[in-house]
Ligand binder design. Sequence first.
Ligand code: MLT
Length: 269
Amino acid sequence: MRVTEQSMEIGGRRLAYLEAGAGWPVILLHAFPLKADMWRPQLESVPQGWRFIAPDLRGFGRFLPPEGGRITMDDYAADVLALMDGLELDDAVIGGLSMGGYVAFAMYRLAPARFTGLVLADTRPQADTPQALEGRVRLREVLAKEGPAGVAGQMLPKLLGDATRRDRPDIVQQARTMIESASPVAIDAAIGALMTRPDSTPVLDAIACATLVLVGEHDEITPVPEAEAMQRAIGRSTLSVIRGAGHLSSFEQPDVFSRGLSDFLLARL
Ligand code: MLT
């Protein structure tokens, strides 16, 4: 399937996104500190009857860097809702991986009626723990000293599973390139958004749409038991564990992930 690069001017800001397919819309939100391109494997195999749209979150990918430096998950969510407005999409299946999931929670808080379905991959509802906050401060220091390459060095061992790091140098290199090409301003702003995001646990009970939870078998950042607990707390939900993947499950095992996503979507038609 052909993937096209698109952009739209909204409120004086350029929103860039990748798009493939035609039909019922699915919005896919990327992880930190990556970009829309991490969803290319899913866009390239978009199921018949569906249209996949993957935006760059503010400052990442082809999106212009944020000016001030301070940003919240609600800002990212408002950008995506504005993109949906611009595309004249009243609603969509909305999904995110890790930070993309945090943005999906923020969108659900702001506009639950715009969800025809929800996909939560390798993510968690809770806010950062004190220990996680300390890790973010250290990551900011690494970013200031070594730039995005230092961030890639710190994060890749946690983002990718052991098998991927051992056997798939191509995937490791693609993930590294995405992180190294990220804007330091955008990474710093996103760290702030991660640190200040609210607890979305109360949202779980309110989620009324069909929900698919996916998690890499070896995800160290949001491990399987956390995904299981999140799935149990959401009414109409199912869980799919992606064998052989770490945290970036959609990128590490794209065929298995895409099959799980397709099965979920086709059951919605
Ligand atoms: C991500 O993959 O988006 C990040 O690992 C999320 C986080 O650090 O909480």
